[in-house]
Structure formats: C-alpha cells, structure tokens
Design a protein around this ligand. Structure first.
Ligand SMILES: [Zn+2]
Length: 107
C-alpha cells in the first residue's frame, strides 16, 4: 500500500476511523462513508507528520473536513488515503490471466 493523499478530517471522522460507526449519528456515518467512497482507497489515521502533533491533531480549523465535507469548525486530525501499490494491481491482472488460461485449457 502507498499513501495516495493526506486529509485533514473532523472529530466525527476521527471517531469513525478509530472506533467505527457505533457512537456516531447515522447522518454523520452516511457522510463519512460517502466521502470514503469518493476517495477510492482505505482511510487510516496518521500522516501529515510535518503538521500534526504526536496524537495526529492539527488544531482548530474552519476549513471543511476533507473526508465527510462537514462545514463545522473544529479540531482537525491527520488521516491518509491508502491505495494498493501498482505492483499489487499487476499481480491481480496476472492472476486474472492465469484463471483465464486455466479455463481455456479445461476445454
Ligand atoms: Zn469529517
């Protein structure tokens, strides 16, 4: 996996990424999951080492959350979008070809 991009996320997203959706409002979960789908990778806490404190905190901001797009001001936290290495997808392609080969030889 490699880091595709780094995000500044809100407290709701922090809680979602750390503990899952259990204690969040359904509306917040829907926003976060829509944002996650848009990023097209796995979202993990961390990254932005040059800006974040030891706990990943970035301080207060009025900028919209970069994951769920919440407009509420609040503390922001570092998160990262992880995508598979290009080598990984080569591997998937190759195994797809192998399966095709197997199907062909079975005829
Ligand atoms: Zn958010």
């Amino acid at each position: 996996m490699r880091i595709e991009s780094e995000l500044r996320v809100c407290g709701d997203c922090l809680q979602y990424l750390a503990n899952g959706p259990a204690e969040l409002e359904a509306e917040a979960v829907a926003r976060i999951e829509a944002g996650t789908a848009k990023q097209g990778g796995d979202i993990v806490l961390g990254g932005l080492e040059s800006e974040a404190d030891a706990d990943g905190g970035l301080g207060f901001s009025w900028h919209a959350c970069e994951l769920c797009e919440s407009q509420l001001g609040g503390d922001r936290y570092a998160a990262a979008v992880l995508v598979p290495e290009s080598d990984d997808s080569d591997l998937c392609q190759r195994s797809g070809e192998l399966e095709g080969g197997r199907a062909y030889s079975g005829e």
